[in-house]
Write a protein that binds this ligand. Sequence first.
Ligand code: ADP
Ligand code: CA
Length: 396
Amino acid sequence: MDLTVASERSSTFERAQPANLLTLDFGDPRGAAADVRRFARDHPIGGVVGVDDDTAVVAAAIAADLHLGVGNSESAALAARDKHVQRVTLAAAGVPVPRFSLHPLEEDAAGLAGRVAYPCVLKPLRLAASRGVIRADAQAEFVTARERLRRILEQPEVAKCGEWARQFLVEEFIPGPEVALEGLLVAGRLHVLALFDKPDPLDGPFFEETIYVTPSRLPLLEQGAVRQVAQDAVSALGLRDGPVHAELRVNERGPWLIELAARPIGGRCSAVMRFETREAGCGMREASLEELILRHALGLPLPSLERERRAAGVMMIPVPGAGVLREVRGVAEARAVPLVEEIAITAHPGQELVPWPEGFRYPGFIFARGETPAAVEAALRAAHGRLHFVLEPVRA
Ligand code: ADP
Ligand code: CA
């Protein structure tokens, strides 16, 4: 297939490759769709795929404008994009979500701290990767957390993004193990591609992720309930097509929907998923998540949506501390751990590493495959134990 990549900032090569590179204003989905309509006169477009939270909305606007047939409505994409709109929509439809309330940043924190129930979670409306999500167990913690969140939301590159950056959500903290569900929506029906356990407890106060392992070790009955809640959430939001990434917590009261995004799993993590495809004349071959997403967007036949039989996992490597990365030692030793397939160090020497909740970038990823989720998890931990990050203090 021919590919055109749209980005917010112009690529140096755009003039040399006008059919393949395009600059769009992602902050203005309708304007972007109009630009694409003009572009499509010379370069017909068969499908459109967003790659993250912002471009999911832009892709929806483009699909609607071009009458592509496969895609989400802009309102559904927006309802998935904004955590407050999402909570309101899901609560109204009876999907189990935490109790929540919306507050302006200007609201008196001490007064509010006396009114909310504990433990609670403070969170921004449109950031990602748990950036700015903070748990508070008591009034004093709430006031500190609100201050910290305010500073994050007032960083210029966040503050300029829109009115949503002047508000935040306070939610009831839902305890219990957390899972991530990767799915593909085909005409409104959710196909579960993988259900990942997150074996490290996510109890806060910050929520940097670490290990994802599939298949899930949750009892099958609970897995079924998780799928059902995810499908109910998709239907309530009105999403129809394309990848979804959902996060749920499960406790004695059943599954709770923490987040549903109309995009694939982020960063490098999609590499953990492989699909087995039987093709006429070719026998079995492996397909990536990206292949499934592109085929679906173009209305091409979908191969099997069955993930390979083996267990697989990824560790988003925790930020080892605040500082400037000098080097990473032990990569070869970590790669030598049985079942480990790849160590991808994505941070580069000289890069500043920022811990959560201000930070949102992992310094790298570890991938492993094996017969059981427990073996994969153990391999990820062993590999991580062999890595050593050398940091320098950040110069003021
Ligand atoms: P983001 O889109 O930035 O990832 P989320 O809403 O997914 O934000 O929150 C990040 C993480 O914080 C979740 O994966 C979960 O572990 C935790 N979390 C968020 N809200 C709640 C809640 N109401 N109760 C319990 N944990 C929560
Ligand atoms: Ca999340």
